[in-house]
Design a protein around this ligand. Structure first.
Ligand code: SF4
Ligand code: FES
Length: 292
């Protein structure tokens, strides 16, 4: 069982109290999110050590007659310091019920496969410490997605939306000197898109979004963030940028976002999703401005 602690993500928010007056709304949210996590951990870390963790895990299997009715199963798992939600469900599967089904792979917040709805919030199982959670720990599949089995949801629609924004570099110009030379990005431009590149396709943001829940065609925060990465890349030519903005300003694109910040709150990689969506709205307005 892994006891590996996650390293803190890069510090994008001001830590100096004197800087708090100058921070943007996004930086304030990120700081509050990080401070809240630290305080929760300090408060609860010793509470469950040496005890068992009570899990309530969603169960459903459409292919087994007596499991077609959704229910919650209780598991009592021995707690170990550093135990994550993923560690706990793996223990439950390995020791109590081998039919318990969920996705996981890297166990270090890289592959994005273990996003669950834990105690009412979208979280990565491998990045969520059991000691940070109230018990019983309620673990469900991501809301607003079709459940395939237990904690596994159908991600096809999410992937379709990601592909709808053409998530690949589009520039036919090759450097003069050699066909194989890399197309370099300036340091400043790389800094601008840096956060958007951190997406691990976990689907937590899409699942938390009220707009996506009511509009199945809405591109969603992850896809728009992916488009942001390319739309802001200086190396793509103007006609490609216009093409990207046309995709983003369609009826189910950026204008559907109501700046509720739910996506930003749940993103395990702390990507400023709402900020990126607003910036693309401004770009779309600028593109359509006409001067007579
Ligand atoms: S933007 Fe964040 S929450 Fe959304 S899919 Fe990417 S990593 Fe997950
Ligand atoms: S197992 Fe890969 S992100 Fe959690």
């Amino acid at each position: 069982m892994s006891t590996q602690q996650q390293e803190p993500e890069s510090q994008e928010s001001p830590q100096d109290p004197e800087m708090k007056g100058t921070e943007s709304p996004q930086q304030r949210r990120l700081r509050e999110k990080q401070e809240g996590m630290v305080e929760d951990q300090a408060e609860k870390e010793t509470e469950v050590e040496g005890e068992t963790v009570h899990l309530k895990v969603f169960r459903y299997d459409p292919e087994v007659a007596d499991k077609q009715e959704p229910r919650f199963d209780d598991f009592h798992v021995p707690f170990e310091k550093g135990m994550t939600v993923l560690d706990a469900v793996m223990y439950a599967r390995d020791e109590f019920d081998s039919s318990l089904t969920f996705r996981h792979s890297c166990r270090q917040a890289v592959c994005g496969s273990d996003a669950f709805f834990v105690n009412g919030k979208q979280r990565l199982g491998c990045k969520t410490q059991i000691s940070d959670l109230q018990q019983p720990v309620r673990i469900e599949p991501l809301p607003h997605q079709e459940v395939v089995k237990d904690l596994v949801v159908d991600m096809d629609h999410f992937y379709d939306q990601m592909h709808a924004v053409e998530p690949y570099f589009q520039n036919d110009d090759t450097p003069d000197s050699s066909d194989l030379e890399e197309q370099r990005q300036s340091r400043e431009n790389r800094e601008k898109v840096k956060m958007s590149t951190r997406c691990i396709w976990c689907g937590a943001c899409m699942s938390s979004c009220n707009i996506a829940a009511g509009d199945n065609e809405y591109l969603g925060p992850a896809a728009i963030n992916k488009a942001y990465k390319f739309a802001m890349d200086d190396r793509e030519p103007e006609d490609v940028k216009e093409h990207r903005l046309r995709i983003l300003e369609q009826e189910h694109g950026v204008w559907r976002c109501q700046t509720q910040f739910s996506c930003t709150d749940v993103c395990p990689k702390d990507i400023p999703l709402t900020e990126h969506i607003q910036e693309l709205k401004r770009e779309a307005v600028k593109k359509n401005l006409k001067f007579w």
